[in-house]
Design a protein around this ligand. Sequence first.
Ligand SMILES: [Zn+2]
Length: 158
Amino acid sequence: MKLIDFNQDEQFNYLRQLMGAEKLGSFELFDPQLHISWQDRQLLSKQWLGINGNKLHSVNDSLFYKNSPVIAKVDHILHFALCDELKKNITNGLLTHADITTNTRLINSESNCPFCLHAVSYEGFDVYRHRHQQYNDKIIKDFQLSRYILSKSSVFKA
Ligand SMILES: [Zn+2]
C-alpha cells in the first residue's frame, strides 16, 4: 500500500502557507500564564487594559506583557521599554497596576518616560548625563512614541 505524502500535496502546502506554519507540526499550546488570549488581544488593540504591572517584562528592548509587546501607562507616564523606573518598582513588587495597550491612537496627550529612551539608547540619549541636557531636551521634544513603536512591531495599530 502506498501512503499519501501530504508534504508534497499542493493544496495542503498552500493552506500551510496561508496559516503561516513554517515548520511541520509547529504549534504552541495556549498557556494563559504566557500567552495573551484572543479576547485580550482584541481589547488591547482598542483600549487600555488594567493589569498587574509586576508582570511586565522585556524582549529585545521592547516592553512585553505575556507574549505581546505593549505600551504601558503608569501615573500618566508612558513606558515602552523595561526602563530603570519600571525595573525598580517591579523588583520591589510596587507596580501592582499598569494600563497597557497596543493602540497608538490612545497615546497622544501623555508624556513619554525619559528612562525608556535611555533603556533603548534612542539616538544616544543618556538620562544620567546632565551635561547633555540641551541635547536630551531636544530628543524628548522631537521623539514621537507612536512612530517609534509602529516601526518596532506590527502588533501595534495606528
Ligand atoms: Zn520608562
